[in-house]
Design a protein around this ligand. Structure first.
Ligand SMILES: NC(=O)c1ccc[n+]([C@@H]2O[C@H](COP(=O)([O-])OP(=O)(O)OC[C@H]3O[C@@H](n4cnc5c(N)ncnc54)[C@H](O)[C@@H]3O)[C@@H](O)[C@H]2O)c1
Length: 336
C-alpha cells in the first residue's frame, strides 16, 4: 500500500473508532471502486466488511490487499440483477454505480439499472435485515443549478433526456426510493450528495473522464492537457479522506435518519485554474488545449455544507494543493 494511503487510512480508522462500537457487520456495495475501497479499508479494523461489486468500473487491485483478512469478504454481485443473500447486515453503504461520464454514456441502461433497481434490491435487504443504509448520491442531482452555493433544499435543474440523464435521473430515483422505504417501512435511510472527490485510487480512464485524474495523467506524461469549453466552468474538489470521513459520520451519527447531506469542499475552482495548478505542481511542460464544450456540462458547482457542518460536526480539512500533491505522488508511483 502506498504510504500516503496507509497514513490517510490510519487517520480514518480513528474516526471510525470514535463512532463505531465494533463487531458490526457491514455491506459495502461498489466496495472495489475508488470511494468504496477507502471505506473497506477504514471500516475493516472495527467491523466485518462484505464487499459486493461486479467490477464494472471498480478494480480488484483496490481491495486485493484485504484478501485473507478474517474481517473481509469479496463477492462478485451485480446488485441490479436478481441476487439473494441470507446474510444480515447492521449497516449497508450503497455505492454501486457507474459515475464516470465516459463510462455511463457507453452504458446508460446499466447506469440507470444500478441506481434504480439496484437501489431497490439493496433497500429490500435493508428492510429484511433491519439495517441502516447510506446511499451515495451525487451533486449531479442538482443538474445545472440556479443557486450557488447549492443547499440541500434546492430541487435541481436536470435535463431528463440529455446524455447525462442516465446518471443524474438514476440517482434522483435512487434518492426517491430511499425516502419511499423510509416513509413506508421506517427503514433508517441516509443520503449523501457527494461533490467531485479525488485522491489515490481514482479511476483515470477516458477522454470525458473526471478532470483531476485526466489532467494529472496528461501532465505527468507531458501530453496536452485537454480542457472542454473555455475552462471557466467551476467545480469544487474534495480530497477523498474528507468525503469518506463525512460518509462515516453520516452513516454512524445519531442524527442522520431520513436526512440528506451535501458532502464536498466549498472552495469553487475553475477547470482552467485546476489545469494550471496541476501543471505547476507536476512541473510539467504540457500545454493546455481547448476542445469543444462537453454536452450538458453544468456551469458551476459548489456545495452549501452548513447542514453537514452543524449536524455531522464535519468540514473538509485537506486543501486543494495538499490533496493534489498526495494524488500526484500516488499516480507517479502507479505509473512506475
Ligand atoms: N468520486 C466522486 O467524485 C463522486 C461524486 C459524486 C457521487 N459519487 C458516488 O459515489 C459512489 C462511488 O463512486 P466512485 O468514485 O468510487 O466510483 P467507482 O466507479 O470507482 O465505484 C463504483 C463501484 O460500483 C461498482 N458497480 C457498478 N455497477 C454495479 C453493479 N450493478 N453491481 C455491483 N457493483 C457495481 C463498480 O464496479 C465500482 O467498483 C458512486 O455511487 C458515485 O455515484 C462519487
Amino acid at each position: 500500500m502506498h504510504p500516503i494511503i496507509r497514513n490517510d487510512i490510519a487517520n480514518l480508522q480513528k474516526v471510525v473508532k470514535d463512532h463505531l462500537e465494533g463487531g458490526q457487520s457491514i455491506l459495502i456495495t461498489g466496495g472495489a471502486g475508488f470511494l468504496g475501497s477507502w471505506l473497506c479499508d477504514s471500516l475493516v479494523a472495527n467491523a466485518k466488511v462484505a464487499c459486493y461489486d461486479n467490477l464494472s468500473t471498480g478494480k480488484p487491485g483496490n481491495v486485493s490487499h484485504l484478501k485473507g483478512n478474517k474481517n473481509f469478504v469479496f463477492k462478485s454481485v451485480d446488485v441490479a440483477s436478481k441476487w439473494n443473500t441470507n446474510q444480515k447486515f447492521d449497516l449497508i453503504l450503497h455505492l454501486a454505480s457507474r459515475p464516470s461520464p465516459d463510462d455511463y454514456q457507453k452504458h446508460p441502461v446499466e447506469t440507470l439499472a444500478v441506481s434504480t433497481q439496484g437501489t431497490r434490491n439493496v433497500l429490500e435487504l435493508a428492510r429484511r435485515s433491519d439495517s441502516r443504509i447510506l446511499f451515495a448520491s451525487t451533486s449531479e442531482v442538482y443538474g445545472d443549478p440556479a443557486i450557488i452555493p447549492t443547499p440541500e433544499t434546492y430541487w435541481g435543474n436536470v435535463n431528463p433526456i440529455g446524455l447525462r440523464s442516465c446518471y443524474d435521473e438514476g440517482k434522483r430515483v435512487g434518492e426517491a426510493m430511499c425516502m419511499a422505504y423510509h416513509r413506508q417501512y421506517g427503514v433508517d435511510t441516509r443520503i449523501v450528495r457527494i461533490f467531485n472527490t479525488y485522491g489515490p485510487r481514482i479511476g483515470a480512464k477516458g477522454a470525458y473522464g473526471r478532470a483531476v485524474p485526466r489532467f494529472i495523467v496528461q501532465a505527468i506524461n507531458g501530453k496536452p492537457v485537454t480542457v472542454y469549453g473555455d475552462g471557466k466552468q467551476t467545480r469544487s474538489f474534495c480530497y477523498v479522506t474528507d468525503t469518506v470521513s463525512a460518509m462515516i459520520r453520516a452513516v454512524l451519527g445519531k442524527k442522520g435518519k431520513g436526512e440528506v447531506f451535501n458532502v464536498g469542499n466549498p472552495r469553487e475552482v475553475s477547470i482552467l485554474d485546476l489545469a494550471k495548478t496541476i501543471i505547476r505542481i507536476t512541473k510539467s511542460k504540457s500545454k493546455i488545449v481547448y476542445l469543444a464544450e462537453a454536452p450538458d456540462d453544468p456551469q458551476r458547482r459548489c456545495p452549501d455544507i452548513s447542514k453537514a457542518r452543524s449536524v455531522l460536526n464535519w468540514s473538509p480539512r485537506v486543501g486543494l494543493n495538499e490533496g493534489l500533491k498526495r494524488t500526484i505522488s500516488w499516480f507517479r508511483s502507479e505509473s512506475n
